[in-house]
Design a protein around this ligand. Structure first.
Ligand code: FPP
Length: 250
């Protein structure tokens, strides 16, 4: 079990207080394939090492006191990859869920998933459902896996739900607001991410949390995801604490 500690973070200058950890961190775990290619290894070995990095980063987020961690594990576009890689990724997900359950329980982590989960292979869907149920009573950090997820698909699903309310007469178009749409997002129960980390140097959102990232601070590192560890996460959070967030104000 990891003791929660903000000692990993430096206090703000002159404050004498430890800075509050980000309530919600989102991560685009990119570069598994390149990490493997650089070593002459199959892409799946990159993903396996990516799963190891996810474990380390999850534990570090718990230690720092982060409330929610959302990771992009499989996008709605990732089905375009070779069938063997897709199958290996879902196999890895099942293995991860089984092997990490004790760590999730010991750290009081609540596992959640967002995306079009109904389209996942049956065994992966079942493993996910079971782990979500087994960790549902945990009250610590939320680990949210974005699987078969894309921001546009999420918005499409949310707008469809709103349309149904309008069609049934429970909502008038005039009373519709953005807060209403927000309540229909997969992420409605969590605050928007404070910090988005993307590994492997790519400067794009890749259809991740398009609505929720409106005011999120971005942190891009050239490191590939399997090399991203505890110190890298701590450095990203330190960098976040140096940002001045204005949310459109002055
Ligand atoms: C992006 O790297 C990564 C993915 C599409 C998969 C992410 C999956 C993991 C980190 C495995 C562990 C996750 C779970 C939930 C078990 P890429 O393959 O696009 O890398 P590349 O851009 O270098 O080719």
């Amino acid at each position: 079990m990891i003791a929660q500690s903000s000692q990993l973070l430096e206090p703000p200058v002159n404050s004498g207080l430890s800075p509050a950890p980000p309530k919600h961190i989102a991560i685009i775990m990119d570069g598994n394939g390149r990490w493997a290619a650089e070593r002459g290894l199959p892409r799946v070995v990159g993903h396996e090492n990516g799963a190891r990095a996810l474990r380390t980063v999850t534990e570090t987020c718990c230690e720092i006191g982060v409330g929610s961690l959302t990771v992009y594990a499989f996008s709605t576009e990732n089905w375009k990859r070779p069938a063997e890689e897709v199958s290996a990724l879902f196999g890895l997900l099942e293995h991860f869920l089984a092997s990490e359950l004790p760590t999730l329980q010991a750290n009081n982590i609540c596992l959640k998933a967002i995306g079009r989960l109904q389209e996942l292979p049956a065994s992966a869907r079942e493993a996910l459902k079971q782990t979500i149920e087994q960790t549902a009573a945990n009250t610590g950090m939320n680990l949210i896996l974005a699987i078969n997820y894309s921001g546009r698909a999420e918005l499409e699903d949310a707008v469809r739900s709103v349309c149904k309310e309008v069609a049934s007469g429970t909502l008038s178009p005039e009373s519709f607001t953005q807060e209403h749409l927000q309540r229909h997002l997969y992420t409605s129960e969590w605050p928007d991410p404070d910090l988005l980390i993307r590994t492997s140097g790519e400067m794009r959102l890749s259809n991740f949390l398009l609505w929720q990232l409106s005011y999120t601070e971005l942190y891009v590192t050239p490191k590939c995801w399997p090399d991203f560890g505890r110190e890298d996460l701590v450095e990203a959070v330190r960098d976040f604490h140096r940002r001045k967030r204005r949310f459109g104000g002055i």
